[in-house]
Structure formats: structure tokens, C-alpha cells
Design a protein around this ligand. Structure first.
Ligand SMILES: Nc1nc2c(ncn2[C@@H]2O[C@H](COP(=O)(O)OP(=O)(O)O)[C@@H](O)[C@H]2O)c(=O)[nH]1
Ligand SMILES: [Mg+2]
Ligand SMILES: [Zn+2]
Length: 289
């Protein structure tokens, strides 16, 4: 007999499937394993539970999914940055591109705000505040977490960002839990991965998914020609570019470039757009030949 459930945790090749109020530890049918997108936390699945472990038979259709972090069927992604480790805005922009292309609402959280002057956090957030919700928070003091809670009530959200920005600490403070968190090594000011698995927690009337930190070195799965669609800050201007299908790189009469020149579009974000554009193009051409 087949049951329907939701994958709430994946660890060491085992899947925790929630059905009603019980979690069943399952393995998975061979064809579903070993691919990055095979089974993700957040997936609705059918499974057998006559034996222990149970067995996942099929993944039901998804509303959306991300590969980094690996989650399915989410409403919001909370992109977490902090003063340390030093923010990687290419990573932030790539998560944004993936969120927009999957119809997921992004929220940018500047954590560890207890460590900086508000103006410093503000300057980071202001580059993004035109296009998405931004919020300064502290997992340490709890600052901003109520406001964040109001934004995500009733939604399924996942935490995303470099390791050691404080994702697990946010959950600990919100939930009063004591999940293992990492140290920020003073020598290299770089986070190490303490969270080694992906799991859904219920908090603030929402489902919050903790994930491992990651970098995003691999290619985005879009064509460079579509990239600008996922830059809402470009859209107001791109309609008046001289050429239809303008990529806003070197075409004459480009209104996006003009807006960058006037300070209407964040310059650093535009420069990263060019880098990401070239990276996608080079990777695509490499694969093709
Ligand atoms: N001062 C301060 N430190 C924080 C805050 N949030 C997290 N940390 C510290 O940052 C380090 C990494 O936190 P962790 O939650 O493991 O990060 P994760 O890898 O993103 O899950 C730990 O040493 C935390 O104590 C914060 O709001 N303020
Ligand atoms: Mg963590
Ligand atoms: Zn243009």
C-alpha cells in the first residue's frame, strides 16, 4: 500500500518522510537516488512503509525547486549575509536569479547586526531594497526576528547563504533550540560547514528549512540571453533599449547602461551581471564544443 508524505530531512542517504504526525525513515527507489535533483527536502512523495526502512516510490510534481540549496516546494528563500564572513554578492545574485526564475520570493537578511553600525548594514541592503524585502537582524540578540516572523508567517521558507553567516543560529534563537553552530575561524575569516544536512523545522507559524552553506561555482541552468529577465531592477529601463533583445553589455542605445551611469541601477550589481553573463556564456560554449 502506498502512502503520501513529505520529505522533511535528508541525511546520509536516508529520507525522513512525514505522514500525518509521524516520521518514517525511508530509502529510495534506485532511479530516484544519485541525481542532484532526485529527491529534495520539501518534496511530496509516495512511499511504502510495510517494512523498515520504508521506501520512497515516486516524487510528486513540484511547484518549484532549487539545487543550491537543495529544496523543493518553497515560498520564500531567506538569503543571509553578515559582516563576517565577507559577503559574496555574486552568490547573493545567483541565488536571486534562481529564486526569480523559479517564482520564489527572496528576502535578504543582514545578520549579526549587533556587530556593525546600522549604516554599514544599510549600505549593503540599499543596493537590493528596491527589488526585494531586506531586513537587518541579529540571531544573537533577537533583533528583527519578530518582524521577520511576520513576513514569513504561514509560508515555507528556506535559509540560504555562505556558511557561518548565522543561519542555524537564527533557527536556534527563533525556536529556542540548541542546534550545533559553527565557529568563525579568526585566521581565515571564513566559515566552515557545521550543518551537514537539510531539515525542515516549524517556527513562527512557518516551515523553515536549514541548509548547509554552499558556493555556487557550477553553471546556472539558464541561457545568458534570459539573464536580464531575472533582474527586476533592470526591467524599468530595458523596455526602452534601442535593440529588442538587448543584453545590456555592449549594444548602443542601451537604457540599462544609461541608468547605471545615472546611478539609478546599482553599479556593482550591474558589473556582477556582466560577470555572470560571461560565465554562463563561456560554460555553455565549453559544453557545446
Ligand atoms: N555576534 C553575532 N554572532 C552571530 C550571530 N549569528 C550567528 N553568530 C555566530 O556566527 C557563527 C556561525 O553561526 P552558524 O549559525 O553556525 O552559521 P551557519 O553556518 O550559517 O549555520 C557562530 O559562532 C555564531 O555564534 C549574530 O547575530 N551576532
Ligand atoms: Mg548551519
Ligand atoms: Zn540594454
Amino acid at each position: 500500500m502506498l502512502f503520501k508524505g513529505k520529505v522533511v530531512k535528508i541525511l546520509a542517504g536516508k529520507y525522513w518522510v512525514l505522514e500525518k504526525n509521524t516520521q518514517y525513515i525511508c530509502s529510495a527507489r534506485g532511479v530516484l537516488r544519485n541525481t542532484e535533483e532526485g529527491i529534495l527536502v520539501g518534496d511530496n512523495v509516495t512511499f511504502e512503509r510495510a517494512e523498515i526502512p520504508g521506501r520512497i516510490i515516486d516524487v510528486l510534481p513540484r511547484k518549484n525547486y532549487l539545487v543550491r540549496p537543495p529544496v523543493a516546494n518553497i515560498d520564500d528563500v531567506l538569503i543571509v549575509v553578515a559582516k563576517e564572513p565577507k559577503p559574496d554578492f555574486i552568490l547573493v545574485d545567483k541565488i536571486l536569479i534562481n529564486s526569480y526564475s523559479q517564482g520564489i520570493r527572496p528576502i535578504l537578511c543582514y545578520n549579526k547586526i549587533d556587530l556593525v553600525e546600522y549604516s554599514e548594514a544599510y549600505s549593503v541592503l540599499s543596493a537590493y531594497s528596491q527589488i526585494l524585502f531586506t531586513i537587518g537582524i541579529s540571531a544573537e540578540t533577537g533583533f528583527g526576528l519578530m518582524e521577520l516572523g511576520n513576513m514569513i508567517k504561514g509560508r515555507s521558507v528556506c535559509l540560504a547563504g555562505q556558511s557561518a553567516v548565522g543561519k542555524t543560529s537564527m533557527l536556534n534563537t527563533i525556536l529556542g533550540l540548541n542546534l550545533k553552530t559553527g565557529e568563525l575561524s579568526d585566521k581565515i575569516k571564513k566559515g566552515k560547514n557545521t550543518t551537514r544536512h537539510v531539515e525542515i523545522y516549524k517556527a513562527l507559524g512557518a516551515e523553515i528549512i536549514d541548509t548547509c552553506g554552499f558556493s555556487m561555482l557550477e553553471n546556472l541552468r539558464i541561457h545568458e540571453g534570459e539573464l536580464a529577465y531575472y533582474y527586476p531592477d533592470f526591467l524599468d529601463y530595458s523596455e526602452t533599449c534601442r535593440f529588442k533583445g538587448c543584453t545590456h553589455i555592449s549594444e548602443p542605445g542601451c537604457s540599462v547602461k544609461e541608468a547605471v551611469g545615472k546611478g539609478l541601477i546599482d553599479k556593482a550589481r550591474y558589473e556582477r551581471y556582466i560577470r555572470i553573463f560571461k560565465e554562463i556564456k563561456e560554460n555553455r560554449e565549453k559544453e557545446f564544443y
